[in-house]
Write a protein that binds this ligand. Structure first.
Ligand SMILES: Nc1nc2c(c(=O)[nH]1)N[C@H]1C(S)=C(S)[C@@H](COP(=O)(O)O)O[C@H]1N2
Ligand SMILES: [Mo]
Length: 403
């Protein structure tokens, strides 16, 4: 007999000296990160936003797509996209980050999508709020979890499944949660969940179910794979762990200067250098950002820009005209989007390791030592950007290959 077990790999930790495998490279090539220079945009141009797709991008027809709401509701319902578009329309600027961001930098390395530090992006998501639709369906008083099902199908560690995630009913009823059909003012692209996805501001990426087909209300906690097995913070395989939920604070440096092709080490000229970046947290507003140039030994305060719904739209924001001044503003205060910061660095010749550390109003901050867990989730280790400050412009003949 052949079974799906024959094709499915167990979760494991890399051996101490084990390099990135072809399988991890395959995942990394499918699921790209944000190029760090794209931190320059307030709103990430769609093609530069990170991607995480567990299985295949499913083939769906927006014209025929249906969303069903069923389970513990008084009036189960099915709606098409036109009906969703006819409902109240809201745009929210939201920063999304994959829960596995930073995983490939951990020791030992959990073998999975091998993210460095840049599995993040900020988009303007347009759709209709979920809560009124749930209320129309009539949640029963014993509702516990709301399960969101995607149209994509695969197998993970021997379990064949549609991608499904459960969300506690109180979270599903938050007014910010959207059934989104547009990203940055244009219909969702296939890779980002076309024609319909969930957006749960403040939560790690796994909650934002793409290719959404069904919403099922349960009178118990959802025990599906992506909640009960995959996205949990565990110290060992036997540890039942706790669920991965909201985004831990993180700041990223937009690397200054220019890069070396292979090492990505930066070259910066001596003199005043404005170091910029972004900072976000899904728990509470970011309250401060500090910068290090010596790999975390010493820290200096950066200047944090206010949260701005009116913030300058990056060149990627193909925003609709709303008749006021040509810019369609998000319908929120920017609370769920990253904030920009800057730090004036007097760069003098030498080698440096730049990084930044965000703290939020809940008292959370970022560690310099890795916060390790078995799946490599929700780890917000401070980034390391290697920089060489050098005076000379080095243009030379390419070295000839030895015969
Ligand atoms: N149906 C479905 N939804 C999904 C996923 C998926 O594989 N299938 N991946 C999730 C994960 S782990 C992340 S991080 C985000 C990524 O969203 P993006 O690709 O639009 O950036 O989608 C989430 N929604
Ligand atoms: Mo993710």
């Amino acid at each position: 007999m052949s079974t799906v077990d024959d094709v499915s790999r167990p979760s494991r930790l890399a051996d101490p000296d084990e390099g990135i495998s072809i399988e991890e490279l395959g995942l990394a090539a499918r699921n790209h990160a944000l190029p760090l220079e794209a931190l320059r945009y307030d709103v990430t141009p769609v093609g530069l936003h990170y991607l995480l797709i567990h299985y295949d991008i499913p083939e769906l027809d927006a014209e025929r797509h249906l969303l069903t709401v069923d389970g513990r509701v008084d009036r189960p319902l099915t709606v098409d996209l036109a009906a969703l578009r006819a409902r109240p329309r809201v745009t929210r600027r939201v920063t999304l980050e994959c829960a596995g961001n930073g995983r490939a930098l951990l020791t030992p390395r959990p073998v999975s999508q091998p993210w460095l530090s840049e599995a993040v992006g900020t988009a303007e998501w347009t759709g209709t709020p979920l809560a009124p639709l749930l209320r129309e369906a009539g949640l029963s008083t014993d509702a516990v979890d709301v399960v969101f099902s995607g149209a994509d199908h695969g197998v993970e560690r021997g379990v064949e499944q549609d991608y499904q995630r459960g969300l506690p009913v109180a979270e599903a009823l938050r007014e910010e949660v959207l059934l989104a059909y547009e990203m940055n003012g244009a219909p969702l692209l296939p890779q980002h969940g076309a024609p319909l996805r969930l957006v749960v501001p403040g939560w790690y990426g796994m909650a934002h179910v793409k290719w959404l087909t069904r919403i099922t209300v349960l009178d118990r906690e959802f025990d599906g794979y992506q909640n009960a097995v995959a996205y949990r913070l565990r110290t060992s395989v036997d540890d039942p762990g706790v669920p991965v939920t909201r985004i831990e604070p993180r700041a990223l440096v937009q690397p200054p200067g220019f890069p070396d092709f292979m090492s990505r080490t930066r070259v910066v000229r001596p003199g005043p250098c404005t170091v910029r970046g972004r900072a976000w947290s899904g728990h509470a507003p970011v309250t401060s950002v500090e910068v290090t140039t010596d790999g975390g030994l010493t820290w200096a305060a950066a200047t944090l820009a206010p949260a701005t719904p009116e913030g300058r739209h990056g060149p990627g924001g193909q925003n609709e005209q709303d008749g006021r001044d040509g810019q369609k503003r998000p319908d929120d205060d920017g609370r769920w989007a990253w904030r920009s910061w800057r730090y004036e660095w007097p760069a003098t010749p030498g080698r440096y390791t730049l990084g930044a550390r965000a703290s939020d109003a809940s008292g959370r901050t970022q560690p310099v030592e890795q916060p390790w867990n078995r799946g490599g989730f929700a780890n917000n280790l401070v980034q390391r950007v290697e920089v060489v400050v050098t005076g000379e412009r080095q243009v030379s003949e390419p070295r000839r290959l030895s015969p």
